[in-house]
Design a protein around this ligand. Sequence first.
Ligand SMILES: Nc1ncnc2c1ncn2[C@@H]1O[C@H](COP(=O)(O)OP(=O)(O)O)[C@@H](O)[C@H]1O
Ligand SMILES: [Mg+2]
Length: 257
Amino acid sequence: MAGFSIRQLSMVYGGAEPTETLADVNLDIEDGEFLCILGPSGCGKSTLLEILAGLQQPTAGEVRFGPDALIGPDRRLGVVFQDPSLYPWRTIQRNVELGLEIGETGKRERSEAAQRYLKMVGLAGFERKYPHQLSGGMRQRAGLARAFANRPEVLLMDEPFGAVDHLTRLQLQDDLLAIWEADRKTVVFVTHDVSEAVYLGDRVVLLSPRPGRIQEVFAVPQRRPRKREDAELLKIQQDIYLAIQQVRAPDSVEFAI
Ligand SMILES: Nc1ncnc2c1ncn2[C@@H]1O[C@H](COP(=O)(O)OP(=O)(O)O)[C@@H](O)[C@H]1O
Ligand SMILES: [Mg+2]
């Protein structure tokens, strides 16, 4: 099963001035769960996600993916960063096919999969365009299609909608939920936006300022589709703001409201 168990994880970046980035993180992420990780800039969210992706080794502690210790990158883990990093010389279609070229998928199957996922993210008709011909929101959609086309068991997303305008962002959240509802992959979604975390997640893990520790875990039991103005959701948002204020250092104002 495709969940994670994180035990006594800590991370210190070396160098002239060692940076303690994560401290004693313990967390179980359930198979099929949509988990949001929320925290101020620099608290170690990206570091935690990179560790879950097998792209970084923690200084101490252990991460299990299913029954196995996670020791490095794994095809079952799909990663989406803020910058979709599409290859400018490839069409959108060929960018989405990219991950499948490494595997054993045949040419025709690759092409069909790319078209299917492009359609799913609302990019049907744009297959032959190049990245520079698309808006930022559309490029991010193409990045999502590429991640989904690889059919990972888990999606690890690092502020994937951080670079698009607000209304597009709301639309992308709904698109992501629609795709997630269809096959309920485990999603770990990093954000510093409280409302985004509460709208999307089954649970919201709040990290403290660096070194990131788990400050509090908020359950969001509301059924989907959710209403953004739902009083219960807004109440949870308020609880999170209160928790943030309790530990906020005077010089850190990094949360989006
Ligand atoms: N490769 C690295 N080497 C050294 N320090 C790093 C590295 N990556 C991140 N850091 C430091 O670790 C801290 C947390 O970074 P990051 O995980 O990117 O936080 P977040 O994603 O929450 O903004 C920051 O102080 C950052 O400067
Ligand atoms: Mg980050």
